[in-house]
Design a protein around this ligand. Structure first.
Ligand SMILES: [Zn+2]
Length: 505
């Protein structure tokens, strides 16, 4: 079956000679089938699934290692996964071989080392994977399907919902396409080469190319860089000109604009041609005769849980409330009376015929209650504290935000805090407190950044009393007189510890 499936895929989509097939896991049978059918294509294993496999396979129980050995081995393997090139891989691999326990080495060498170009991030870029290392797009579609199609639906229900999903996905795609054509940039692009590229490529591709184009550091030219190609990961993965190619062209006085270095798939022309919305609507095939299909509806005999009953009933009840709210006062009162009657009836013990008629059925044992089986979640790393491979998440360093990028209120707060302290800032904001001269710190305790040109001290004048303002002016004068310059390394030590802003950025 697998063979037939991929054979179909081959006939329908993959006419090109090379193609990066992304596969979620390392299933040996599937791999051999795919490889035999697409001998020139390269197989790429999803990064998320690679890391998850390592997490599942490198355990103390399976390999007989200590928790410390497991964690250190995982650290090495995680580094190997994110290697940028073969050289880096070899370096880390050598250290891994010298330090990792024997069992882990055996497992790794047997299963992963020889196929490293399928899972090491830097090496997978060589296959032209458009910088996509996971199969998240497919997973995203899968989750859409799951959210719309109920778990235990029959075939007719399944197809009904499937077409709902497909229709939504298609209309989303079409609206994106139309947006791309109709929307024009509000900012004019000054650079003529950049403008030409923006007209040639789709916005998605152009955003990637723009970064390379604006990178003017001339030293960055690799050994394998020519005017039309490069050996770097970006070029090989995206088939778009990289910063190296642009720098080479600058260095040799060639025009930066060249249509031929961009892959055809990124051009607007190609995009317009391949989008269904711009194509003539397809004429439906006229079938010779209609094929009658009969699907027997499955009777829903499943018992609903109290929660499900409540949910369904509350939909009806809220509809009722909505209808009642818009009816006239007379009708409203009449219907409310009817409602009360209904509630009374429902509340009474049931005397109708049916399974409840026999009072013995109400006697049940707790052991007889069948709870639905727990459905295992998949597709996401467990917990927010661990990475996919099972190591604790490293906290990202907070990037300092330039002073000018802050909101004006935040800037005012900062200035007040430098001159006084946090409590005063809170008092000013909450109790509309007027800053007094006794609140102002000694000039040597005030943060040096206050004398920078970007800092407009006048913005806080309205929060200060006359005396305080005079003192602030005096403090600034003193500060400018006694300016102390410091080397970059020492900056942090003399500055108060403020992680979220940096004037020198
Ligand atoms: Zn390059």
């Amino acid at each position: 079956m697998l063979f037939t499936y991929w054979e179909c895929q081959k006939n329908t989509r993959l006419a090109k000679e090379t193609y990066a097939l992304r596969y979620p896991n390392k299933d040996l049978k599937e791999r051999s089938v795919i490889k035999s059918l697409f001998p020139t294509s390269r197989l790429v294993i999803c990064l998320f699934h690679t890391l998850r496999t390592f997490n599942r396979e490198i355990t103390c129980e399976k390999l007989g290692i200590t928790p410390d050995e497991r964690d250190s081995s995982k650290k090495f393997i995680e580094q190997l996964c994110y290697c940028k090139n073969e050289k880096e891989y070899q370096e880390i691999h050598t250290i891994f071989l010298s330090q990792a326990p024997h069992q882990v080495q055996m497992y790794f060498e047997k299963n992963w080392h020889d196929i490293r170009e399928e899972w090491v991030t830097g090496l997978t870029f060589q296959s032209g994977n458009f910088l996509n290392t996971t199969n998240n797009r497919l997973e995203s579609f899968n989750s859409k399907l799951k959210s719309v199609i109920p778990f235990f639906s029959n075939l007719s229900e399944f197809f009904k919902q499937l077409f709902v999903v497909i229709k939504c996905v298609r209309s989303e795609r079409d609206s994106k396409t139309i947006n791309l054509v109709q929307k024009l940039p509000t900012k004019k692009i000054e650079n003529s080469d950049e403008y030409k590229y923006s007209m040639l490529l789709t916005p998605y591709a152009f955003n990637y190319l723009k970064k390379g184009l604006s990178c003017t550091n001339k030293t960055k030219i690799l050994e394998g860089t020519s005017l039309t190609s490069c050996s770097c990961a970006f070029y090989n993965s995206m088939k778009l000109p990289c910063k190296h190619i642009f720098n080479k062209r600058r260095a040799t006085n060639h025009s930066l604009y060249d249509e031929d270095i961009c892959d055809k798939r990124w051009t607007r022309n190609y995009y317009y041609k391949s989008q269904v919305i711009f194509k003539e609507p397809l004429k439906l095939c006229e079938a010779v005769r209609e094929v009658p299909i009969e699907i027997q509806e499955k009777k829903n005999t499943r018992l609903l849980s109290a929660n499900e009953k409540f949910r369904k009933a509350s939909v009806k009840a809220s509809k009722l409330a909505e209808l009642l709210s818009i009816s006239s006062q007379f009708n409203y009162e009449r219907r409310m009376n009817q409602l009360e009657q209904i509630i009374k009836n429902v509340n009474q013990p049931s005397t109708s015929s049916g399974p409840d008629k026999n009072p013995t059925t109400n006697k049940f044992k707790v052991a007889d209650i069948k709870l639905p089986t727990k459905i295992k979640c998949s597709g996401r790393p467990k917990g927010a504290t661990q990475t996919t491979i099972g190591l604790p998440i490293r906290k990202k360093q907070i990037k300092p935000i330039p002073y000018n990028a802050h909101n004006y209120l935040h800037k005012e707060n900062l200035i007040i805090e430098w001159l006084t302290n946090k409590t005063v800032v809170n008092k000013v904001r909450k109790d509309k407190y007027l800053i007094q001269s006794k609140d102002i710190k000694h000039y040597s305790d005030v943060f040096n950044g206050i004398i920078e040109n970007e800092v407009d001290i006048n913005t806080v004048k309205s929060y200060c009393s006359n005396d305080a303002w005079k003192k602030i002016i005096a403090v600034l004068k003193q500060k400018k007189k006694n300016i102390t310059w410091c080397r970059k390394k020492e900056k942090e030590s003399i500055r108060p510890n403020r992680g979220t802003h940096n004037l020198y950025e």
